[in-house]
Design a protein around this ligand. Structure first.
Ligand SMILES: [Zn+2]
Length: 366
């Protein structure tokens, strides 16, 4: 069962028809925000077990603060505050959802201006030791149109006839495999002309059940936290190399601000930027290559139109350790399709369940 962190979030869902939340990442002066914090065995009198300290100045005006992470116990709840001048404003309770594995997203209706600072704190409302919390990231969000319809596509649509050859379709786990919720509104159809690579920022996941749980958590965050139609990405690749279906392929996604038209979003589970600096696993890179090859040949997308999120917006996504691999990815996509023998090998590759030892061996291999 999913557990609400605080009160139900129905009040957050009263969004104007076409408007959605778009977030800008907020940095904190040290990296403590992204490290797992052990909570004191006994909360203080006000129940506070953790505080973030002040963030760096926020980059733009915002209406809400959204954050994701993991919390060991359901009784851990969060509050946020904003400092506009010399004094901090009141603490505002965040509302959201926590999955059985402890993944949560939460949203605090705390607004502020460009240059304000923000902070978070955790309170423990349960019995026994509170355990620990960790954060994947926090962003300050404002209302925008999901499709970014006012912005022209960056590229003219490529002709399918331009496809150099056909790569086979890799194995893809359908939405039903992770128990996806239906879309909140009808999708907009979309011909694709480019591919954007992201990271989820939420850590490496190898286990199939945990990956499915993470997908549900991301979908809930995107649909209920941000007010999007559905999970933003078209595909998500876990640390074991499983490719999961996100949004249906032929519809517009929500993964690059003002640049979703024609844009296929692929996100790798992990945090490939400082301070975590994880590396994509060999299995993940293999699956990313197979997926990008298939999409590029099916849609006639040239290799140079495979971009990182940071190429199109102010963000560190997909992290230095994945961004630095995109040149190889483009080269692999530009190479002619493999001979029949190699192709047959790819096609017959099962949706593997590797044991932990083999996966460990694949870690951090180039
Ligand atoms: Zn991204």
């Amino acid at each position: 069962m999913r557990t609400f962190l605080a009160v139900p979030i129905a009040a957050c869902l009263a969004l104007p028809a076409q408007a959605i939340e778009v977030g800008k990442g907020v940095d904190f002066p040290d990296s403590a925000m992204k490290q797992r914090a052990s909570l004191p065995a006994r909360p203080g009198p006000d129940g506070v077990v953790w505080e973030s300290g002040a963030s760096e100045p926020v980059a733009a005006d915002f209406q809400a603060l959204l954050f994701r992470g993991r919390a060991s116990r359901p009784g851990i709840v969060f509050e946020a505050a904003v400092r506009s001048g010399p004094d901090w404003g009141p603490w505002t309770a965040a509302q959201g959802e926590r999955s059985p594995s402890g993944r949560f997203w939460a949203k605090a209706a705390a607004s502020g201006r460009k240059g304000d600072r923000v902070r978070l704190r955790a309170l423990f409302m349960g019995e026994g030791p509170p355990g620990w919390v960790e954060f994947f990231g926090l962003d300050a969000s404002a209302m925008e149109d999901e499709g970014g319809a006012a912005a022209a596509p960056r590229f003219a649509p490529a002709s399918a006839a331009a496809a150099a050859g056909a790569w086979p379709k890799p194995g893809i786990l359908p939405r039903s495999a992770w128990g996806a919720q239906p879309a909140r509104k009808p999708y907009e159809p979309m011909p694709a002309d480019r591919i954007t690579v992201h990271h989820t920022e939420s850590g490496r996941i190898l286990d199939r059940e945990e990956a499915a749980d993470e997908l549900l958590s991301i979908q809930s965050f995107h649909q209920r936290g941000r007010g999007w139609v559905d999970i933003g990405y078209h595909f998500i690749i876990d640390g074991a190399g499983r490719i999961w279906e996100g949004r249906p392929l032929a519809v517009i996604g929500a993964h690059v601000r003002d640049r979703n038209e024609g844009n296929l979003g692929i996100s790798l589970m992990g945090d490939f930027h400082k301070p975590q600096r994880q590396k994509p696993t060999a299995a993940q890179l293999e699956s990313l290559t197979a997926l990008a090859r298939w999409l590029a040949s099916a849609y006639g997308i040239p290799a140079e139109r495979i971009l990182g999120h940071r190429d199109q917006d102010q963000t560190t996504c997909p992290g230095d350790n994945l961004y630095s691999r995109l040149g190889e990815l483009r080269q692999a996509v530009a190479a002619p399709p493999a001979p029949l023998l190699a192709r047959a090998k790819v096609e017959s590759m099962p949706m593997f369940e590797l044991d932990g030892q083999r996966l460990q061996a694949m870690f951090d291999s180039p």
